[in-house]
Design a protein around this ligand. Sequence first.
Ligand code: NAP
Length: 500
Amino acid sequence: MKLNEKPTALIMIFGATGDLAKRKLFPSLYRLYKKGKLSERFAVIGIARRPLSNDEFQANVKNSVESAIKDSGELEDFVSHFYYHSHDVTDASSYLALKSMAEELDTHYSLEGNRIFYLAMAPEFFGTIAEHLKADGLTDVDGFKRLVIEKPFGHDLESAKQLNKQIRKAFSENEIYRIDHYLGKEMVQNIEVIRFANAIFEPLWNNRYISNIQVTSSEVLGVEERGRYYEKSGALRDMVQNHMLQMVALLAMEPPIRLTTDEIRSEKVKVLRAMRPLEGERVKEYFVRGQYGKGSMSGKQVPAYREEQMVDEQSNTETYVAGKLMIDNFRWAGVPIYIRTGKRMAAKSTKIVIQFKDIPMNLYYQTEQTLNPNLLVIHIQPEEGITLYLNAQKSGQNMEATPVKLNFANKGIDGMNTPEAYERLLYDCMRGDATNFTHWDEVALSWSFVDKISDVWENTKEEGFPNYESGTMGPKEADQLLEKDGFFWWPVTDLDVEEC
Ligand code: NAP
């Protein structure tokens, strides 16, 4: 597709009355429409079981856009492209009606037979839907057909393989768009730009100059009403297998020979293949799990994980993971990449800290001054930007060094101009750009790494749970993980130093 060409497609959203469609998909489509990135030649069929007329569905779409976006003009035109089909995805007989509706809309909007099937539903339905789409001819189209699939992609390697086998009967690998919404975030995409468009970083991006890397994704929220799902998942499967390992792959990959989907993915796969596998006793040495107890957050008492709805009172599920990853290749040998993620932590923050090694001879030690190591911080959310921590001369003080920071805050001109992750990803999918979606090889390698950790954890009850108080940054064992190597977690808040 040419750069300025506007995509044309029929988008079928399975699970169109659900939370994801309401909070993310409809507002994202609207933003694309408002920015003129969608042509008038698009239509959406919302699919779910509850009976709704087209008018009722359009009113729901309108509400969801209005509650997400302040400045929502042109809504009537936008929602006129939305249609509803009440349909139980397990009922084989109703796919034919969906097919004729799709064909009518295809003709009406001249959609050239382009179809996107977005599965915004519980994963147990993914395989069934894909099989029916093929069996009932919904995938027999003249244009493109693409399947967008939400996380989790399986529960472990085995279930992921089965799911992949099912969906591959109807779609080829390059027609499958596995969403990892972290890959749609502005600053995650910026990792490549920071690394490969700046002469000052790439020469230093290796074990000669970097001492360690820290990737944190902390949440203040607890498990909320997702207890049933979370009990089976835990932080390892929910966050590490996908988002955390994807960020690590982008940080550690070799420069691709071209910025194309295949080349980037192939470099990411090499990182995942080079990750030191952990088994048995090694798991304990490299990974720490945690579960939140009760505590006080913003002056309010919050319950322990085990007291949450749909959670077992004796639950062994982890709500926190910290780990040390070693990438055993020439570039990274000896450099630990620490990751941590958890719920009910002190701050909501996704951040990457790259800590550079100290200079070989620090002249300032002679004057008993301690210098900070140089840090490059990539702020992913809620703030977006980059901070570089340096040491500079204190103003007016001869030869006295002090830590300072250079800050770049990534601010859109207004909320509307900063694309949301889902907006980018939907647009990429419509244009056929799969770079920011996960390839099966990445999914499989991530699961095989994570499965070995969960095997050990599932077979050993953690006696100390809960082991961190709500409103803290996790269990003390996570601090000890770094202390053993002579490091510590950099705070997720900015360091209190002067800004240049
Ligand atoms: P949800 O709120 O529970 O919505 C589920 C949707 O599926 C509803 O529209 C429901 O409508 C429909 N549905 C259920 N059974 C059906 C059936 N047999 N036939 C047809 N439709 C059926 O779920 P969600 O939070 O939107 O999540 C959807 C997917 O996105 C999940 O895979 C989830 O893991 C993933 N995800 C969600 C979020 C998020 O922010 N919500 C974030 C990341 C990933 P009816 O009851 O009317 O049938």
